[in-house]
Design a protein around this ligand. Structure first.
Ligand SMILES: Cc1ncc(COP(=O)(O)O)c(C=O)c1O
Length: 417
């Protein structure tokens, strides 16, 4: 635990909120506004029918069972009780993890919110974290501003990293999905070395778990593996997100992991933003309860199939417009394709790799196509010939045109046109 976590005080109000549910207690505790003064009386959510997608089904959040009050009022710091219970059932379904006191589940405003809180709970300035290279660009500023060293291997003499951060399925940016053998090896290493903490934590940032579309069954998650091999749990902290399958604007993510770490994160939430949005949680719960686990499974099958098709269209356009000009590995999950541009190295380093940065940031943009140069995904900002393309948003025609434009720019850089 970080020094910050050890010194964080329990909120004098939030720490007592659970006592309000004791039967017979009259609460003068919190500054909760009186619900009868709220102008919203009910909420209707229209969702696509799974049986017949052209039809809509209306879900109501109203005064029945107090749902509307729950949606509009303050609620528990680590999430709406019914939603947490539903998500615990989900973790059992996907990862075989039954409830037990050693681990907890908390809801947050997207997984990014929870990642930030976990990093603050785990590391002090000067600590090291082991990261993959390239790494999700969204965590680099978090580590930099909190003074945490990002290491990609362990040079002799450097303090051991406290934890590993990785995106295990459909990685952002590489699109890579870690195979089962590698997962087992990483878990074994985490168990073997405790490093600078009493246990070595694996932070699994997993927003693309539900977007798996590979030909083989989805590899077992780290969260499932740590409970299967008989060596004890408590190594894995897992970050899930509904952003990629339900809505990114709802801002619902959840974290599952060792109870002491999650309790420290909740203390942070109680200070920083009190709780995740009650309304967003109520809408999410209404949808999940309507679907049931089988409905969520059916929906994620549809979404992952959608992205598999988009990947195929993207790869076909790469072949058409950049054949022989790029190298890549086909992703089996997620929405990213990470490809290397076969462009000449800069004049001052003729034996080095090319650099996609200038080409992508200026020439490609001038030619009307936007993507991310590989360099932004390296903690040390190193040169990279890679490009990250997200194939989630463009339709078939737009994808073809985007890659035609990129192909032109790459040929120019190679001096071919
Ligand atoms: C690897 C990774 N982690 C976290 C996030 C943030 O997700 P959320 O919307 O759940 O905060 C993203 C979003 O793109 C991501 O790619």
């Amino acid at each position: 635990m970080s020094s910050l976590s050890k010194t964080r005080l329990v909120s004098p109000i939030r720490g007592l909120l659970t006592l309000e549910s004791i039967p017979g207690v009259l609460s003068l505790l919190a500054g909760k506004p009186a619900q009868q003064t709220f102008p919203i009386t009910s909420i209707s959510i229209n969702v696509r029918s799974q049986e017949s997608p052209s039809e809509e089904i209306t879900l109501k959040i109203d005064s029945q069972g107090g749902q509307i009050s729950e949606a509009l009022q303050y609620g528990p710091t680590n999430g709406h009780k019914d939603l947490v219970t539903w998500l615990l059932t989900l973790q059992k379904h996907y990862h075989g993890r039954s409830e037990d006191p050693s681990w907890m589940l908390s809801v947050g405003a997207g997984s990014q919110d929870l990642l930030y809180k976990a990093f603050l709970a785990l590391s002090n300035p000067g600590d090291s974290v082991l990261i993959e290279a390239p790494v999700y660009a969204g965590v680099i500023p978090l580590f930099v501003s909190s003074g945490v060293n990002m290491v990609e291997n362990w040079p002799v003499g450097k303090p051991y990293p406290k934890y590993l951060y990785t995106v295990p399925y459909g990685c952002n940016p590489t699109g890579a999905t870690t195979n089962l053998q590698r997962r087992k090896e990483v878990l074994a290493l985490a168990r073997k070395y405790k490093f600078s903490s009493s246990r070595y934590i694996l932070c699994l940032d997993d927003p693309y778990y539900l977007l798996y579309y590979g030909p083989e069954p989805r590899p077992t998650s780290y969260f499932a593996l740590e409970a299967q091999d008989g060596h004890g749990t408590g190594v894995v902290i897992r970050f899930d997100s509904l952003s990629k399958v339900v809505s990114s604007g709802l801002r619902i993510g959840f974290v599952s992991g060792p109870a002491p770490i999650l309790r420290a994160m909740s203390l942070h939430t109680a200070s920083a933003n009190l709780q995740p949005s009650s309304l967003a949680q109520s809408v999410t719960y209404a949808l999940l309860q309507h679907w049931g686990i089988s409905g969520l499974d059916a929906h994620t099958k549809y979404v992952s199939q959608f992205y598999r098709e988009r990947r195929d269209v993207f790869e076909a356009a790469l072949k058409k417009h950049l054949d022989g000009l790029v190298e890549y590995t086909s992703p089996v999950s997620g929405m990213f394709l990470w490809f290397k541009l076969l462009i000449p190295p800069p004049a001052h380093d003729l034996n080095g790799e090319g650099d996609s940065s200038e080409l992508i940031k200026t020439k490609a943009l001038e030619n009307g196509v936007l993507a991310l140069p590989g360099t932004v995904f390296f903690a040390n900002g190193q040169r990279s010939a890679y490009v990250r393309a997200s194939f989630s948003m463009l339709d078939d025609e737009q994808t073809d045109e985007a890659l035609r434009r990129l192909g032109e720019v790459v040929r120019q850089a190679r001096g071919e046109i």
